[in-house]
Design a protein around this ligand. Structure first.
Ligand code: FNR
Length: 193
């Protein structure tokens, strides 16, 4: 179920943003930071780091490491998750999968269940994370999330879309991000009817 309490508290859709790249100058993290700046008034978007999570090990899922518990709590308190990622070998990055696996466990305590989801990503290639995004959509079925279908935000030649200081400077990409966040607001209203 959506976290109705958050919505009632401040009347905003609480979104947790996760970047699947740990690289210091990651373009995908740059997209996520741009989304924070572009978020409409109805959305509160907070970035959650995943680099501090240990490698998933099912031996530890009963007594969860503190970093994992903290991550799960953030997801549980949110209405939606914005997944932002590079495409690694035609799929999602290992670090993103690691975070997703932790968040989904232990059995019966899937922190992602029932949340809205939105996806965006960029790559240096022309296929622009399409393969990664469709793999991720398959995973969202397992997580029982409610992904936004469109607009799809797939950014090719991403290295050309940022200035030297890491600011997103491409108007088309900025507009796509804004459109997606606005569509997420509408999607959340539709699911609450
Ligand atoms: C890549 N890259 C890549 N690009 C792509 O379009 N399809 C792919 O399958 C892959 N595979 C891949 C694997 C690995 C291990 C790395 C490190 C890179 C290139 C990728 O798009 C590029 O490095 C991006 O800049 C990564 O995103 P960040 O780190 O800038 O957010």
């Amino acid at each position: 179920m959506l976290n109705q309490n958050n919505m009632i508290e401040n009347n905003k859709i609480k979104v947790v943003g996760i970047s699947g790249s740990l690289r210091k100058d990651s373009f995908n993290t740059g997209l996520l930071q741009a989304a924070v700046a572009l978020a409409p008034a109805e959305i509160e978007l907070e970035i959650s780091e995943i680099g501090q999570l240990p490698l998933f090990n099912q031996d530890f899922e009963i007594n969860l490491p503190a970093a994992v518990q903290e991550f799960k709590n953030k997801i549980k308190a949110a209405d939606a998750v914005l997944f932002v990622g590079p495409e690694y070998n035609y799929s999602i990055s290992g670090v993103l999968k690691n975070a997703i696996d932790w968040g989904s466990r232990p059995y019966g305590d899937n922190s992602f269940k029932g949340k809205l989801a939105a996806i965006m990503g960029g790559s240096t290639g022309n296929i622009a994370t399409a393969r990664m995004q469709y793999h991720l959509r398959q995973i969202l079925v397992a997580l029982d999330m409610h992904p936004l279908n469109r607009p799809e935000v797939m950014v090719g030649a991403i290295q050309e879309k940022f200035d030297i200081e890491g600011n997103l400077i491409d108007d088309y990409t900025k507009n796509k991000i804004s459109e997606m966040l606005s569509a997420l607001v509408i999607w959340s209203k539709r699911l609450k009817i």
